[in-house]
Design a protein around this ligand. Structure first.
Ligand code: SF4
Length: 206
């Protein structure tokens, strides 16, 4: 980080001390450390995953962003990177993995399918966007998005991290963060959060 970026409150530093002294905020330091060490939990589901894999190779090299370690384990990851078509069968697993990730955690929906169902929207087995179940931080458009688009999305995520404040982030509050209820897969996918609405509608229909 350059000295100008670090000195976010904008204090004047005497010329003789420039280069030795930096004045910054706790938020700035905290976010600087986090933004440069986001470890993704890869979740490749379809064709978009190939672009995600390419972005890790030498030509694009996600290591430059401190993201070189793609984890297959939720316990060591900060970012759930969902790339590809999300089927109803996969949603309970995705939500369970998200719940198992420690805070702070983020979700990136890579591609048209993960963001909104893509060409398979309204298909009998496809979810029209993972944001129906998980809080998505960044959507990356495209079918498939190029590795450059993925990198651009990850830079947007870093910008979001930069704006967070240690006083307001949910993971330092006294109240526990509730896990997202795991959807139930039967003949169709049921979101347990919508069960009261479903019952109401059923009652109205008689
Ligand atoms: S968005 Fe396009 S490329 Fe990506 S998984 Fe869907 S169909 Fe495949």
């Amino acid at each position: 980080m350059s000295e100008n970026e670090l000195n976010s409150p904008g204090y004047d530093i005497p010329p003789e001390l420039q280069g030795q002294v930096a004045i910054t905020t706790l938020d700035r330091l905290y976010n600087w450390g986090r933004r440069s060490s986001v470890w993704p939990l890869m979740f490749g589901l379809a064709c978009c995953a190939i672009e995600m894999i390419v972005s890790q190779a030498s030509r694009y090299d996600l290591s430059r962003f401190g993201m070189e370690v793609m984890r297959p384990s939720p316990r060591q990851s900060d970012l759930l990177l969902i790339s590809g078509t999300v089927t109803k069968k996969m949603v309970p697993l995705l939500v369970r993995l998200y719940n198992q990730m420690p805070e702070p955690k983020y979700v990136v929906a890579m591609g048209a399918c993960a963001s909104g169902g893509g060409p398979f929207k309204e298909g009998y087995n496809v979810v029209s966007g993972i944001d129906r179940y998980l809080p998505v931080d960044v959507y990356i458009p495209g079918c498939p998005p190029t590795p450059q688009a993925l990198i651009n999305g990850l830079i947007r995520l870093q910008e979001k991290i930069d704006k967070q404040s240690i006083k307001q982030v949910p993971w330092y509050r006294k109240e526990p963060i509730e896990a997202i209820p795991i959807p139930i897969l039967g003949p169709d996918l049921i979101d347990p959060r919508k069960i009261p609405q479903i019952k109401n509608r059923k009652a109205q229909e008689g």
